[in-house]
Design a protein around this ligand. Structure first.
Ligand code: FAD
Length: 383
């Protein structure tokens, strides 16, 4: 499916696909088994520009519009969702928070490094007792002279053990979202510890960590935005993050479609190709419609963002639809492969394991439905 991509968008997509076909696809099963991508791919990805998409050229990025960014995320999702997550968090959640809310000094300090991936970022919002209910997080940042001392625990943090800087959300004020502030915390700060979480179902190539902060001292200049602005920063950034997750899911659905077609046209049963059976075609047709529908929802968001318009509810719709579609498509991809879909010699089982988290993180499907429902009815089901 192609709408009107300009030459630059088209050539970035082609470059991204060629690179990932050569550098990621042949290795993704091994990375998945090892529970880590080969980190030497990170600087190579930075050279292609993945980490600098939408970061302005003055800060070392490629600049570029949001449509180019979602094309990049789709290609990453098509090749290996673990890689997509590494970029989405560092460039997307952390880089875009700094770009949107940082001081000039913070932008100069972090954005060039993020664009060239010499600085990897992680986004520390979720805590053991507050996931969907992030506005009630309990990590604390208390004033000590002109510094802050941050203490608390964060859970399921992507890039956590690899990151050089953690965007940490901690409470500086009273209860609820208005008491939360955001801080850029170097991960080599005394009192900062990251422990890797092993044994994930999917996205096994990327690091996921638990963070422990014990009186981590940061200067006032490490605060991102004003005191009490942290939750707004997190939610603003996560709205864009949802578009990125959704774009990755489009890539996953596309990958399921392509590999299902390849397998179903190459294997025969009952003396004919699997693809010749109507019930197999039904699964393939559903993947094809899902890929187009999810992509259109994602591209609508990119277009709204590029025009500076409100896109929050549209991002929830794109994320809800694309993530559920990714689970559906991956499940059906295994069905098309039959028993072969159940072993990691073929990509289908990894697609399903990777897809499964997409309906959980950056706002579960239930949370997206509540956001969409609130928009439609005017009634807030969260309170
Ligand atoms: P809960 O909030 O406990 O939800 C459990 C269930 O209850 C869900 O089905 C949910 O939809 C439902 N539920 C909760 N509240 C409601 C409600 N009001 N109405 C209806 N249903 C409700 N977090 C970060 O901060 N940074 C990261 O980099 C990051 N990376 C992650 C990577 C992975 C691999 C995973 C698994 C998680 C990651 N997360 C990260 C955390 C993720 O965002 C949370 O897991 C997610 O927000 C859900 O929170 P929870 O797990 O606490 O589930």
């Amino acid at each position: 499916m192609d709408l009107s991509l300009n030459d630059e968008q088209q050539s970035f997509r082609d470059l991204a696909r060629t690179f990932l076909e050569a550098e990621a696809v042949p290795h993704r099963t091994e990375w998945d088994r090892n529970e880590s991508v080969d980190l030497s791919i990170i600087p190579k990805m930075a050279e292609i520009g993945f980490f600098g998409l939408t970061i302005p050229e003055q800060y070392g990025g490629l600049g570029g519009d949001y449509l180019t960014y979602v094309l990049g995320m789709e290609e990453l999702g098509r090749a290996d969702s673990a890689l997509r997550g590494i970029v989405s968090v560092s460039n997307g959640l952390v880089g875009k928070s700094i770009l949107g809310f940082g001081t000039e000094e913070q932008k100069q300090a972090y954005l060039p490094g993020i664009a060239e991936a010499t600085i990897l970022g992680c986004f520390g919002l979720t805590e053991p007792d507050t996931g969907s209910d992030a506005g009630n997080l309990t990590s604390r940042a208390r004033r000590d002279g002109s510094d802050y001392l941050i203490s608390g625990q964060k859970l399921f943090i992507t890039n956590g053990t690899w990151a050089h800087v953690a965007l940490v959300f901690a409470r500086t004020g009273g209860p609820g979202p208005k008491g939360v502030s955001a801080f850029l915390v170097p991960t080599d700060s005394p009192g900062f510890e990251a422990r890797e979480i092993k044994g994930k179902l999917g996205l096994r190539g990327q690091a996921t960590a638990e963070l422990f902060l014990t009186d981590v001292r940061v200067p006032e200049s490490a605060r991102l935005g004003a005191e009490g602005e942290g939750f707004r920063i997190a939610m603003t950034t996560l709205a864009k993050g949802r578009v990125s997750v959704a774009a990755g899911c489009v890539g996953l659905v596309q990958a399921c479609l392509e590999s299902s077609v390849a397998y179903a046209t190459s294997r025969t049963q009952f003396g004919r190709q699997l693809a010749g059976f109507q019930l197999v075609q039904e699964m393939i047709a559903e993947m094809s419609v899902d890929a187009d529908a999810a992509r259109l929802l994602v591209w609508r968001c990119a277009d709204l963002i590029d025009r500076g318009l409100e896109f929050g509810v549209q991002a929830s719709k794109a994320k809800l639809y694309a993530s559920e579609a990714a689970v559906r498509a991956a499940n059906n991809c295994i069905q098309v492969y039959g028993g072969a879909g159940y072993v990691d010699e073929y990509p289908a089982e990894k697609y399903l394991r990777d897809a499964r988290v997409m309906t959980l993180y950056e706002g579960t499907s239930q949370i997206q439905k509540l956001l969409i429902g609130r928009d439609e009815t005017g009634i807030n089901a969260f309170v």
